[in-house]
Design a protein around this ligand. Structure first.
Ligand SMILES: [Zn+2]
Length: 188
């Protein structure tokens, strides 16, 4: 807003303060430009961001990226745990290790147990008899019982008459899975 000039620009008469028209000639009083005060120019940032216009588009993109990153991280973490600890990995051996239960591991194989039984003097002599017609000596693993193998030495009768037993027991032996010690037992 400019200042009211002191004198009329048309007739030169003195003007009253805040006068809109000259009382002498009736000319309209034209406000002099306010040379002292520069026109107000709003700051660029105020013009660029009018009130009420929040950048929702940029905000939504950022939120979406964060959500995707979190989902990928969750999938990787879950997959890592499943891979490292599959449900089928709970074996009796691992269970014993986890619970601290001490069970000696099998160091003697079934083949070695049978060989140990065959190496006994009476079994070796038994095996050297055959095979004979209709009768073959055999030493085989019958079953496993806890920490030992049960080995059966017998004669297989291939020409036994109908109704007769097809095998003849020679002896039963238990072989320790840990020490390999052979013990003759009365039966299976
Ligand atoms: Zn005038």
């Amino acid at each position: 807003m400019g200042e009211t000039p002191t004198y009329c620009s048309r007739c030169g008469a003195r003007l009253a303060p805040e006068a809109r028209f000259c009382v002498e000639c009736g000319a309209e009083v034209v406000a002099a430009p306010a040379a002292v005060t520069p026109p107000y120019v709003p700051a660029p940032d105020v013009v660029a961001r009018p009130p009420g216009r929040f950048p929702w588009g940029v905000c939504a993109v950022i939120v979406g990226v964060v959500v995707v990153v979190l989902m990928v991280t969750a999938v990787v973490v879950v997959g890592w745990f499943v891979f490292r600890h599959p449900p089928t990995s709970v074996t009796p051996e691992r269970l014993r290790q986890a619970t601290g239960e001490s069970e000696p591991s099998a160091t003697v194989s079934a083949e070695e147990a049978i060989a140990r039984v065959k190496a006994r003097p009476e079994v070796s002599a038994f095996l050297q008899m055959g095979p004979n017609p209709g009768a073959t000596p055999r030493v085989e693993l019958a079953r496993e019982d806890g920490g030992s193998y049960v080995v059966h030495a017998y004669t297989e009768l291939t020409q036994a008459p109908q109704g007769s037993p097809a095998t003849l027991d020679f002896g039963w032996y238990r072989v320790s899975k840990t020490t390999g010690e052979v013990t003759q037992v009365p039966g299976p």
